[in-house]
Design a protein around this ligand. Structure first.
Ligand code: HEM
Length: 549
């Protein structure tokens, strides 16, 4: 290869990396350098080209630094033109702990609750733990903060144009449709029936484990529990994942795609594209999504073919008879596919994770378990609970879940992008295009927000004090984009917590192994291995798998 051809390719690659006036100045420099290489030997030309590219890269890094550095917002000490990139790389496995450490550092210096972090080729992120700012972004200036193209490009292959990915009118229409479905009253009875039925299968698996002395991965069982429940409630389909230990092909493909996609958030677009091209993971995502897509389209076709949709209670049947308020026509399959997969992510992973982390905390807190058992015996002494019991009477159970979510929010961090310049309530100046982030995981651990016992698992704080509201505890978001599933989560999770706690003692096998995997949602990296002990007949009011007898 001649030195010149090689050089021009290199310059071309740089050209696609960059844009803007300064960039063209840099490129002119590169071209000038290339022209001089024409008189060199091939080896010298390669050396000169490499040197030129390195010099150009350094120039770009310094330009990026100049563009991103903010003198009006605090940040941790950075690595010159590399910003915080080296630390982000070093802390890719404990990203949340690093963020907490960073926030503590700022608070101890008197910087306040808002700081920023930057790295080359990634959007600058202004990160806040101030509930006033969170309220401002989520509610007061809702229209000024959007998910934006970064989120859309990363997630498009999986979420399509579904509700999680959408902004503006596209989001508004879907929100309306989804909100309508969640207000249907008879849906609640159907839901309750499904949750109790699946809870019974879960407890029968735990009983088998207790009797055979087998250690179980409760995290995996809870994923199966929420998958089975949501498949029935959402799509009227029974897949009985809980009755087996085998991987479910579509769920495995979907999980693999999620794992690869989640990693994209810690990189710039070019970085993840290049890495996925080299590792073949880009193609793998596409293949996995073909499996998930086929699953979704088959579900839609089957439900449509069965007919009688008007009398069915599941979400998909309701979607199939609904008309898009925009077009006045039924939703096309491609939009139904997006809804199916968006709701599956919402309905399965987050609830399974919240239950897993809450059981983890309960297993370390015998006092909370004793209080919960006393409440269960008091409010449902004879027979299965109804909707009212779970939603109104198991107050300590609900407090246990809220406390579990405070310390381990299923969505640990959120990002939105500013449409226009703005000023936050704490005085932080936001520029058009800035990424703004808040981290429920970090907020839940700050003594400044929760008192000196912030790191302790204390369900009582939800009973003894006023509810903190959605902006100090943004676990389910707040404002117009509040989680639509929150009431459903409390029914399913409180029923499941009560059912398991009433019948079993859970012993953690290796508590030190219970750690998160950095991802969009708070998975347990090594699962939740427990030894299950059936409570003696004297501990319960009766034998059996009824919810509370
Ligand atoms: C513990 C369980 C759950 C947690 C912690 C949770 C949390 C959240 C959060 C933080 C968001 C905002 C996401 C974003 O905009 O980036 C959200 C949105 C949403 N959630 Fe949940 N969620 C849970 C369970 C569920 C369930 C079971 C459903 C229903 C099937 C559901 C349905 C939705 C929907 C439809 C949205 C989109 C709302 C919108 O953008 O307008 N969620 N959830």
């Amino acid at each position: 290869m001649s030195g010149t051809a090689f050089d021009v390719q290199g310059a071309g690659a740089l050209g696609t990396l960059l844009s803007g006036n300064s960039t063209s100045r840099i490129l002119n420099g590169v071209h000038a350098a290339i022209a001089t290489t024409k008189t060199l030997t091939p080896l010298q030309a390669v050396g000169a080209t490499f040197g030129t590219l390195v010099a150009a890269l350094i120039a770009v890094l310094f330009y990026e630094r100049k563009r991103k550095i903010r003198h009006d917002i605090p940040t941790i000490p950075t690595w010159g033109p590399l910003g915080s990139a080296p630390e982000m790389l070093a802390h890719r496995w404990d990203r949340l702990d690093w963020s907490l450490w960073k926030q503590r550092w700022h608070l101890d210096r008197g910087d306040g609750m808002t700081a920023y972090v930057w790295a080359p080729f990634q959007p600058t992120l202004i990160v806040t733990c101030d509930p006033r700012n969170v309220e401002h972004v989520l509610k007061t200036r809702f229209d000024n903060y959007i998910k934006g193209p970064v989120f859309d490009k990363i997630q498009r292959v999986m979420l399509g144009h579904g509700i999680f990915n959408a902004d503006g009118e596209q989001w508004r229409v879907q929100r309306k449709t989804a909100a309508n479905m969640f207000t249907i009253n008879n849906f609640r009875d159907f839901m309750m029936h499904v949750f109790l039925d699946r809870s019974q299968i879960l407890t029968s698996r735990l009983r088998d484990a207790a009797r055979s002395g087998t250690i179980v991965d409760l995290h995996d069982l809870l994923y199966r529990f929420t998958l089975d429940s949501f498949m029935e409630i959402g799509y009227g389909a029974r897949i009985d994942a809980l009755k087996s230990d085998e991987p479910i092909p579509f769920a495995a493909a979907f999980d693999r795609a999620q794992t690869i996609i989640n990693r994209r958030y810690s990189m710039g677009k070019i970085q993840w594209k290049v890495i996925e091209w080299f590792t073949g993971e880009g193609k793998e995502v596409v293949e996995c999504m073909k499996v998930a897509d086929k699953f979704a389209y088959d579900l839609i076709a089957k439900r449509r073919a069965e007919g009688g949709l008007e009398s069915k209670n599941d979400l998909l049947s309701r979607l199939l008879v609904m008309k898009n308020p925009e077009t006045g026509k039924p939703y096309p399959d491609v939009e139904l596919r997006d809804m199916v997969l968006n709701f599956l992510i919402a309905g399965r992973d987050t609830t399974a994770q919240s239950l897993s982390w809450t059981f983890f905390e309960l297993a370390k807190s015998p006092e909370a378990v004793a209080k919960f058992r006393a409440e269960i015996s008091a409010v449902c002494p004879d027979g299965e609970p109804d909707y009212q019991t779970v939603t109104k009477q198991l107050k300590y159970g609900a407090a246990i879940l809220s406390e579990g979510l405070r310390l381990h929010p299923s969505v640990p961090a959120e990002i939105k992008f500013a449409v226009e310049d703005d000023v936050w309530p704490d005085g932080t100046r936001i520029r058009k295009g800035d990424g703004t982030a808040w981290m429920p995981w970090v907020m839940g651990r700050l003594p400044e927000l929760w008192g000196d016992d912030a790191l302790e698992f204390k369900p009582e704080r939800w009973i003894d004090s006023k509810h903190p509201g959605p902006f100090k505890w943004p676990v389910f978001n707040g404002g117009p984009r509040t989680c639509l599933g929150q009431p459903m989560v409390y029914i399913q999770a409180v029923a499941c917590l009560a059912e398991v706690t009433r019948q079993f003692d859970l012993e953690l096998v290796a508590p030190e192994e219970v750690v998160y995997r950095p991802a969009l949602t708070l998975q347990m990296k090594n699962g939740l291995r427990v030894r299950v002990h059936e409570r003696g007949a004297g501990d319960r009011t009766s034998e059996g798998i009824a919810f509370c007898a």
